[in-house]
Design a protein around this ligand. Structure first.
Ligand code: OSB
Ligand code: MG
Length: 379
């Protein structure tokens, strides 16, 4: 029951729990910045109004994809974000990100708290999270992100497996030395499959001519070819490429998205709520892109079933018109932290959960077994 000081429908945050969790990955995942064999992340649990909300922080052990790390997120949430939410009431989860504005940056840490608040709000109102976010779809198209492999043959085998599983587009990671030749081999072997590449900022504008060699392969897009914080060079590169550029790392705020759109630095945007500071900011970028005719798709950060469920709900909004990096649990963790795990149909679609909140059942014994450290904070 809401207490006397809590406005109707508002949620007072009574408790915040941090858990550091480590799960082994089913298969290693290699990008231009390195190879990962397991996934370590901070799980945020919020309690209030007799309900619970969960948020998964997508920071990594290292600051190679983004500047945040698990140790940093733990510190920032414990010492700076928790005091801004504990004992406070929020009438709308959209009010959480502005309430954290005093802390600059640290979007992944903020997102874990903000998204837990959305889950809590949806559970309190007994509605699926997608409804609260403004989702319009019952199922979302799913694609896969395939890391750099030890051999070209190994990559071809992975693509074959994922196509057979029904996934609606293949994304491969590229870097200098593992790019044009690989794409050529894929096209020769698999023909006109929906294909894109992700460079994770492995090139510079001086590589324009080399990247333009990808134009003849009719890729859906090339994701983040240049520096992680760049917009201007991407605009120059986009003017020289026929292939659409999609920005990932560079889109860390609504303002960055607006800049990228204004400068025509990309034709597509990858939305990751962790990178943007949560669901509310993601919806703003989604809406801003829709107004400019820029399609978006939902990125992935090798999330457990908890973060993955959040992503599925967000990806049910209408301008997520391209298949996202939201694949089945079995590609990442067996078992996952949720039961049943996230599945993809033969039609390449993932169903949006319909139960309240993120709508998946967490297996707390598995969470407990995977937990390295726990911290409880109260109002
Ligand atoms: O660049 O999209 C990326 C994973 C970790 C960090 C960055 C990225 C990725 C992926 C994997 O591409 C997407 C997924 O399957 O979760
Ligand atoms: Mg990417």
């Amino acid at each position: 029951m809401p207490n006397a000081e809590t406005p109707a429908g508002a949620i007072r945050i009574e408790r915040l729990q941090l858990r550091l969790i480590r799960l082994p990955l089913v298969a290693f995942f290699e990008t231009s910045f390195g190879r990962a064999f397991d996934k370590t992340f901070v799980l945020v649990t919020l309690e209030g109004e007799g309900a619970q909300g969960l948020g998964e922080c997508v920071a990594d052990e290292h600051p190679y994809y983004a500047s945040e790390t698990n140790a940093g997120a733990w510190h920032v949430i414990r010492d700076f974000l928790a005091p801004l939410v504990l004992g406070r009431s929020f009438a709308d989860p959209r009010d959480v990100f502005p309430a954290l504005a005093r802390v600059r940056g640290h979007n992944m840490a903020k997102a874990a708290v903000e998204m837990a608040c959305w889950d809590l709000a949806a559970r309190t109102r007994q509605v699926p999270l997608s409804r609260l976010l403004g989702g319009t779809r019952e199922a979302i198209p799913s694609g896969v992100s395939i890391g750099i492999q030890d051999s070209v043959e190994q990559l071809m085998g992975k693509i074959e497996t994922e196509l057979a599983a029904g996934y609606r587009r293949m994304k491969i990671k590229i870097k200098p030395g593992w790019d044009v030749g690989i794409v050529e081999t894929i096209r020769a072997r698999f023909g006109g499959i929906p294909l894109m590449v992700d460079a994770n900022a492995a090139y510079t504008l001086a590589d324009s001519a080399h990247l333009a060699a990808l134009d003849r392969f009719a890729l859906m897009m090339i994701e983040q070819p240049l520096e992680y914080d760049d917009i201007r060079d991407h605009a120059a590169l986009q003017a020289r490429l026929q292939t659409a550029i999609c920005l990932d790392e560079s889109i860390h705020s609504v303002r960055a998205a607006e800049e990228a759109i204004a400068l025509q630095a990309c034709r597509i945007i990858n939305i990751k709520p962790g990178r943007l500071g949560g669901h509310a900011q993601s919806i703003r970028v989604h809406d801003r892109c829709a107004a400019s005719g820029i399609p978006v798709w939902h990125g992935g950060m090798l999330e457990s079933g908890i973060g993955r469920a959040h992503n599925i709900h967000l990806a049910s909004l209408p301008n997520f018109s391209l298949p996202g990096d939201i694949a089945a649990s079995r590609r990442y963790f067996v078992p996952d932290l949720i039961e049943p795990p996230i599945e993809v149909g033969r039609d390449g679609l993932v169903r949006v959960p319909t139960a309240p909140g993120i709508g998946v059942a967490v297996d707390w014994d598995r969470v407990e077994a995977a937990t390295i450290e726990t911290l409880d904070l109260r109002a």
